[in-house]
Write a protein that binds this ligand. Structure first.
Ligand code: PGA
Length: 253
């Protein structure tokens, strides 16, 4: 049985006051709820604050949205895995489609970043996904297989709990369009099959694979009913504590 994993990706949003307000409400309403693993991935300046305000418990991660490929040194503007870990984060989003498209990150870059994450005790949440034109030309499976093969090259895992994969069709991110639950399920099943080919069947069965792209309280149930969908990576609907709580507590509603 894979424990559901619900991750918030705040992107480049919020101020100190808004971060404090989010955690005040989130902490109060979440209470001891622990039926789901949670990651809240915040902008770099708020990692320390979020770590100090986050409800304690091993099932709640504070994460960054990126890390540098390098350990340290003359890399102006970069933030290392060591620094992210040092301020209390325990997870990191790697290869989000916005990083791939706007900042030209390749799957080879993702592989190096996953190695950095592993080395410094951060749980990597690897994002993959096809664009609309790739989907329309029936390239989805080939695109995802290539992203997985290249991003996971040189990565060793002893358990599937050491990696989370998020399948986010690029055309569904921030657009209000979601893949149908059946579509997302069949694509995620092919992602799991590819993980079995790269690692082995045991690792593939243990790895949480999330769906991302316009997930909200009104569509999470249908997605989570699918056998291969283990959770969600959520942008817009994760910004308000109440709506993110509904997603985290989807089993109760
Ligand atoms: P969205 O973003 O939920 O706003 O579509 C998802 C993501 O980019 O991870």
């Amino acid at each position: 049985m894979r424990t559901p994993f619900i991750a918030a990706n705040w992107k480049m949003n919020k101020t100190t006051r808004e971060v404090e307000e989010f955690f005040r409400v989130f902490q109060e309403k979440l209470g001891n709820y622990n039926r789901c693993d949670i990651a809240i991935c915040v902008p770099f300046p708020y990692l320390g604050l979020a770590s100090s305000l986050s409800p304690s418990g091993t099932h709640i991660h504070i994460g960054s949205q990126n890390i540098a490929q390098e350990e340290s040194g003359a890399f102006t503007g970069e933030t290392s895995a060591t620094m992210v870990r040092d301020v209390g984060a325990t997870a990191v989003v790697i290869g989000h489609s916005e990083r791939r498209s706007l900042f030209h990150e390749s799957s080879q870059d993702c592989s190096i970043k996953i190695q950095q994450a592993q080395k410094h005790g951060l749980l990597p949440i690897l994002c993959i996904g096809e664009t609309l034109s790739q989907r329309e030309s029936q390239e989805t499976t080939a695109v995802l297989q290539k992203q997985l093969r290249e991003s996971l090259a040189n990565i060793a895992l002893t358990s599937g709990s050491q990696l989370v994969v998020a399948y986010e069709p690029v055309w569904a991110i921030g657009t209000g369009k979601t893949a149908t639950p059946e579509d997302a399920e069949s694509t995620i099943a092919t992602v799991r099959a590819e993980l079995a080919a790269i690692f082995d069947e045991r690792i593939a069965q243990q790895t949480r694979i999330l769906y991302g792209g316009s997930v909200k309280p009104s569509n999470i149930h249908a997605l989570m009913e699918q056998p291969n969908i283990d959770g969600a990576l959520v942008g817009g609907a994760s910004l308000e504590a109440d709506s993110f709580l509904q997603l985290v507590q989807f089993q109760e509603i």
